[in-house]
Design a binder for this molecule. Structure first.
Ligand SMILES: Nc1ncnc2c1ncn2[C@@H]1O[C@H](COP(=O)(O)OP(=O)(O)OP(=O)(O)O)[C@@H](O)[C@H]1O
Ligand SMILES: [Mg+2]
Length: 248
């Protein structure tokens, strides 16, 4: 079954794109079929995968607006071993245009449906705001991965995102889960990092029980997904062994 993961946090610069690209490469390295969807008009994930965002024939914008299919727009970059649905600043146009349309929050989900079965994982890099692009990502996803830095105001932003997730769950995507909070750029030597980190643990005490440490990332996974987790080879992202391909 395809897992569709939205990597979201409306706070800028917390590591959404870096997480997406590295997670995509890590999963691909363990023989998973991966599609990375760039829903950020900045196009950083697209560029990060070695694709020139200025030279796209069609992009995520066209896919959202129904002017191109996902199948025709997906690119396989020479490096990385995963596929990319590239995005660029045209996504700003898509965001504004979608606001006028009926069923606007379902556009990405519908566009991905014909190709979703080709992948084990679809990772969606969200923009640093809670807008129609992010809502489309949350509507298409099975779950959300929330990268966050342990700094001032981090929790305030988190509440706003969790409220949006709740609204999407209540309206168009009842199965939407929070797969995990990913502490990025976490430095245990900094008091503030530790304090915010403790607040996070308090906040998620009942839902999260697994802690995995890497060189600079920590991922906490929900209790309900406890069985059979293994660490991927190239970074401390946890994936379920249930998703492991038989050849791996
Ligand atoms: N786990 C990490 N460890 C160290 N540095 C990181 C990590 N994740 C991201 N960074 C650095 O932090 C900066 C911001 O990362 P990134 O662009 O991935 O954030 P973002 O949340 O996608 O930003 P935006 O909100 O603008 O889309 C980059 O310079 C990146 O190299
Ligand atoms: Mg980004």
């Amino acid at each position: 079954m395809t897992r569709i993961i939205a990597v979201a946090n409306q706070k800028g610069g917390v590591g959404k794109t870096t997480t997406c690209v590295n997670l995509a490469a890590s999963l691909a390295a363990t023989q998973r079929r991966v599609l990375l969807v760039d829903m950020d008009p900045q196009g950083n994930a697209t560029m990060g995968c070695g694709i020139n965002k200025m030279e796209l024939e069609t992009s995520a914008c066209d896919v959202l607006l129904g002017d191109a299919t996902a199948a025709d727009t997906i690119i396989s970059p020479p490096e990385g071993g995963f596929a990319v649905l590239p995005g660029n600043e045209d996504l700003t146009l898509a965001e504004v245009t979608l606001l006028q349309e009926i069923g606007r929050e379902m556009k990405l989900k519908k566009a991905l449906a014909p190709v979703a079965g080709l992948y084990d994982f679809i990772l969606i890099d969200c923009p640093p705001s809670i807008n129609m692009l992010t809502v489309n990502a949350l509507t298409a996803a099975n779950g959300v991965l929330i990268p966050m830095q342990c700094e001032y105001y981090a929790l305030e932003g988190l509440s706003a995102l969790l409220n949006t997730i709740e609204q999407v769950r209540d309206s168009v995507n009842p199965g939407l889960e929070v797969f995990g909070i990913l502490r990025t750029m976490f430095d245990p030597r900094i008091n503030l990092s530790n304090e915010v980190s403790l607040q996070l643990i308090e906040h998620f005490d009942t839902s999260f029980d697994r802690l995995m440490r890497g060189s600079n990332i920590v991922l906490r996974m929900p209790k309900t997904s406890r069985s059979g987790f293994t660490e991927s080879r190239t970074c401390s992202i946890v994936v379920s062994s249930a998703d492991r391909p038989s050849s791996a």
